[in-house]
Structures are given as structure tokens and as C-alpha cells.
Write a protein that binds this ligand. Sequence first.
Ligand code: ASP
Length: 592
Amino acid sequence: MDFKQRTVTCGQLRAADAGRTVVLNGWVHRDRNHGGLHFINLRDRYGITQVVVNGDSDPDLQSTASQLKLEYCIGVTGTVRKRPDEMINKDLATGEIEVVASEIEILSLCETLPFMIDEENPAREDVRLKYRYLDLRCFGMQKRIALRHYFVKAVRDFLSARDFYEIETPTLIRSTPEGARDFLVPSRIYPGKFYALPQSPQLMKQLLMVGGFDKYFQIARCYRDEDARGDRQLEFTQLDLEMSFVKRDDILSLMEELFNYVFKQILDYQLPAHFRRIAYKDAMNTYGCDKPDLRFDLPIMDFNELAAKSSFSAFKDTVAANGFVKALCARPNEKCEFTRKYIDELQDAAKVYGAKGLGWMKVTSEGTLSGGVSKYFAGMEKEVIDSLKAQGGDVIFLVAHENWKRCCTSIGAVRSKLGRDLEIIRKSFEFCWIIDFPLFCYNEEEGHWEAEHHMFSMPQARFIPTLESNPGEVLGDLYDLVLNGYEVASGSIRIHDVELQKRIFRICNFTDEEAQFRFGFLLNAFRFGPPPHGGIAPGIDRLIMIISEMTSIKEVIAFPKNTAALSPMDEAPSEVDQKQLDELHLIIKKKD
Ligand code: ASP
């Protein structure tokens, strides 16, 4: 079908264009008909232009205008006219003008819409995902997808200017466990054999270092076959990066410069030149998590000494059993009263992480303690108030647990909830580094040590001679980048020594044979002069989500899966033909 192609976009025309004859192509966003006088808001990616069809225009034009429905795709030929001053629409970039139509061409029709484009109350998520192509027409999605583009472009510009090469790595690889479950792709040519989709290009980027490409990056798609939970997607995008001949601080500085550049470019936002560095242990002790939200204060404080002196046996026993008691002071405000019911909610938040209860007591304006567990602190009020630097009107919250991590995370959950409910979270971007992570964590279920990050991360030098004697104490050359309470990147300096790599595999319960079977290609490469190297991988979906003030990564991905890992639009995953199964040598087991 022939049609008149646009000469301008719907976001382009200004007062200076008055008098021009133009052609616009776009969608009918809104259409008002005042007895033959039509006002059509025509929309495309660039904006909205008001088109006018005069009541006395020719009958063909009138007839076409009256057939228009929402989201019809049309072409309009017309003359740009400046609007009278009182008719200027300040909300529209094109609000100074309108286009008086001389011809309207209907390019395609649109059936009744499942939801209105750009309506105040968005449709249910599954409806949005089923008709994602319509959802993508909405202003918010258009803006976020554009932001994503500019983000990635700024990253590419920055890294290219620093001598990085963008190199693609395969998406059909050998299954190499990296922490999560692999997606497998059956081989048609080799019956019984499988490719895996990469959980990340981790080993490939390390091999690129062995290959001499000392500054690599890639906007990489990663696949993890995890249970549908929270805001996870089966596939996500990361900026994968690796460098040779570097130490930890080189990577941290590069990232600080990169985010400074990108935030300035795309948001005109000035970040600090350096991001705070917090040791994992300090982050847990002060914020109760390893991805602290620094946009509000409410620090957690050690309360062991005071708890031991109190007459509260639950606290005293915990301290006597080498456990932990931690405190936090907060003050109610007009957004959030600390009612009994609310304190119960805080207690529930703490219990999710293992706390048995949440102690509390009020600080009065006279400098005494009242309510809750205050009676156990009789005679030591001043000491408690001074040591916590509490003020009249504050409430002190207390959590006790024998296990340090559980104690921290329980009171950390209370801190997070208070931050949200008191609405004391500042509007800013607060980056920080978490460093000095443990290299290993103990898998209680399987009864062995495993890597906290992945098995290719370097232990800190002082632990290398005695790794095996107490894996739980080993700190790694690992780092996470945190933004506003989300982990947005993690990385490490890598092992480049075959023997050390084998020791790590053994600690993580891989026999030498198994390690050779799974990772032989890496160990082989390390026999041929591997350079010292390290890297990092910021998650692009999550960063764009935070920057665009969304709470789900689905809002920044063009075609995401829903929370049940399904795609309501194309109904993936789907069954396949018997012929396809036969070719892949697959038999589907019947469900019992
Ligand atoms: N491959 C790691 C990940 O995806 C990141 C890294 O260590 O560079 O988490």
C-alpha cells in the first residue's frame, strides 16, 4: 500500500514552523469531535501534535475524520498554524501550534483496545504483558526504553574512549556451574549432549584475558534457570567487563569514573568522584545487610555490654552464649506513629530473618525510659540513653540472636521498614562499595563450603597459605557495588594460578576429576601464561530500574516474562512437535 511518508515527527513543530505544509504519520491518541470540528491528538515516539479538521472542510475529509478511532494508524497532510495565545498548551512541546488537516489517510485500523494508552490507572500486569506492544506505546515505557538506550550508549562511548574492545562471546557453551542452574539446549547433532546458555560470560572473559585482550566489555545477555521469585527474570542483561594487569582499586576507580560519566550524560546528575567503601562486616553491623540503603541514617548499634548488665534474662543469656544484641533508635513522625500494631509489624519484619522477638522502649523527654522492656534497665537509663545517643521522643528497638548474621539481618529488616514508613529516604543516588567479603559460605543443606561469589575469585593474599584450615574466615578480593539499597554490580580479582584454582575447587567439594571435567578448558588455558586479571559486571536492568524510579525490572525490559516465568504475549514456554523432539532425541517423561 502506498502512503504519504512523514516530513516531520509529532514532536517537532514549533511556532516558527507556522505556514509550513507538512505530513505527519502516527496514532490517534485522543479524538474529540465538536459537531464536525475534530481535534485529533496524533502521537508517535517523539511527541503529540494536535490536528484540526475544520467543520467546513471537504466532505471526503470530514467523512474520513469521523471514521477515526483510538490508535488508528494514520497519515495527515496539513498546514501548521500558530495557536492563539489563550489556546497554547504548555504541557505539550508542540503546544504553540496545531496542524490544520487537508487530507487524512487511514494506514491501518485498530480494534477495541484492551486498555487505554497512557491512562492514569494502568492495566493489570498480565494484560499489559499480553499486549506488550500496546503497553510499549505508553509514554512511561517509551521513556524508559529510551533511557536504557542512552545509558548503554554512554557506557559504550566511555569504555571505547578508554581502549576497551566490545567482544561477543558465545551463548551456546559447555555447562559450567556458576552458582545458579543452567539452561540447557539439547544437541541435535550429538545425541545425549547439551549446550548451556551462559549464566554470565565469566569464563569466556577470563579466556579473553589469556588471549591478550586486556580491556574487554560486552553488553551481555545472561541466563539463569531459577525459580520464579520476586523480581527475577530468567534472562537479564549485564555490562560484563574484564581487565588484565589490574588490582582491585583500578576496577573500583574505573567504575566510579564510568558512573560519573553516564549519570552526567543521561541525567545531568553529579555523583561524588569516589564512592564510600564499607567492609562487609561493617555494613552488616551498621545497616544489617550487605546492600545498605545510605539515603537514610538509623544506624544499628552494638548493645551487648548494656544487655549483659540488664536484668532481662533473654538478653543476658544470649550474650552469655556468645550471641549478639543490637539496637537502633528511631523517632515516630507524622507519617508513621509507633502504635502497638505498628510495633507488631516491625516485629514480624524481624522474625522473617530469624529473630524471636523485637524489644522496644521509649525515651521520655525527662531522659528516662518507659514501656516495653524498660523495666529491665532500671538504674541504667542514663547509660543506655547516652551510649545510643538517644533523644527524648525516640524509641529504642532491640534484637538478640546467638547467630551474628541473623541478628544483623533481623534488625536490618526493621531499619529498612522504618526508613520506608517514616518516609525519611532522601531523593538521591547513593552508591557505595562493599569490600572484604568472605570468600566462602557454608551450604548447610549440602554440608559443604561453596563460593560466596564464584569459584574464580582470588582470596586475599594473607589467607592463601592456610585456606583449607578455616574456609569460613577467608576474605576474598571481592567487591559489590550498591546503589540505594540494591546490589547493582559484583566482581572480583580472579585466580590465575592453576594450583590455587584447584585448591578452591576442592574446598567447594569438586574432586580433581570433576573439576577437570567441568573446567578443564580453563585450567588448560592457565598453563599458558595467564595474566593477572579482574573484572566486574553491573546489572543493566536493575540500574535502569533504579534510575527511572521503578520497583520492578519488568518496567525497563521491552518483552519480559511475568512473575511465573511465562510470557503471556507469545505464550512461551510452549510444547513442541513430536518431530522436533525426535530430532533432538528427547522423550518427555509423563507426570506421575
Ligand atoms: N560473572 C559475575 C556475575 O555475573 C560477575 C563478575 O565477577 O564479573 O555475577
